[in-house]
Design a protein around this ligand. Structure first.
Ligand code: COA
Length: 161
């Protein structure tokens, strides 16, 4: 039997947006198994706990097959290797993402030559989206229903009431 091709899609996901969900759905089509890896990332001082961030993604994917959603707090390349992943998936929304992503991709290759980085383009309607924008819009009472999964919108509404 041929070996399963495992890909990893890392991020802070504070919180997951429909743009991330769009990338996850596209990524599943090109690998056998996808590991969505949620970085603890205290440097970013996340609004949501790691458990909340993992649960939001689970709810957003509604039992989609061939996906695991796992927290991690170490080097991405180490975590990828531990999960037998051979590809790191990153979303590119605009040219402005490219420089930073290229730097990270090259550094990750420097850390592990066997893991490739693959850039994917989200649907055009999500190309302007980011987790920070969503939090800011919600804070000021704007409508975020089309931008994030339902569970995220409900939780942000609760926080801001
Ligand atoms: N739709 C919507 N938003 C998207 C998106 C998409 N498809 N893709 C990226 N974004 C946004 C995120 O919402 C986030 O926005 P915010 O800053 O407003 O919250 C922003 O892009 C950055 O995303 P983030 O998830 O924080 O990813 P990152 O590119 O900064 O990398 C890790 C985060 C976890 C992948 C990276 O820090 C890492 O690998 N850490 C582990 C330690 C390590 O190995 N370090 C060495 C790396 S060389």
């Amino acid at each position: 039997m041929p070996k399963k091709r495992v890909a990893i899609y890392p991020g802070t996901f504070d919180p997951v947006t429909n743009g991330h969900i769009d990338i996850i759905r596209r990524a599943i089509n090109i690998c056998d198994h996808l590991v969505v890896s949620v970085a603890l990332n205290p440097r970013k001082n996340p609004l949501f706990s790691i458990e909340q961030r993992v649960n939001f993604i689970k709810k957003g994917l509604k039992g989609l097959k061939n996906v695991d959603i796992l927290p991690f707090d170490n080097l991405l390349t180490d975590f990828a290797r531990k999960n037998d992943a051979v590809v790191i998936i990153k979303g590119l929304r605009a040219v402005s993402d490219f420089e930073y992503e290229l730097q990270m991709g090259l550094m990750n290759r420097n850390l592990d030559q066997t893991i490739e980085t693959l850039f994917m383009i989200p649907s055009q309607e999500y190309s302007f989206l980011s987790s920070s924008f969503v939090k800011e819009i919600a804070k000021h009472g704007g409508d975020i229903n089309k931008l994030v999964p339902k569970a995220v919108a409900q939780e942000l509404l609760k926080i801001n009431i």
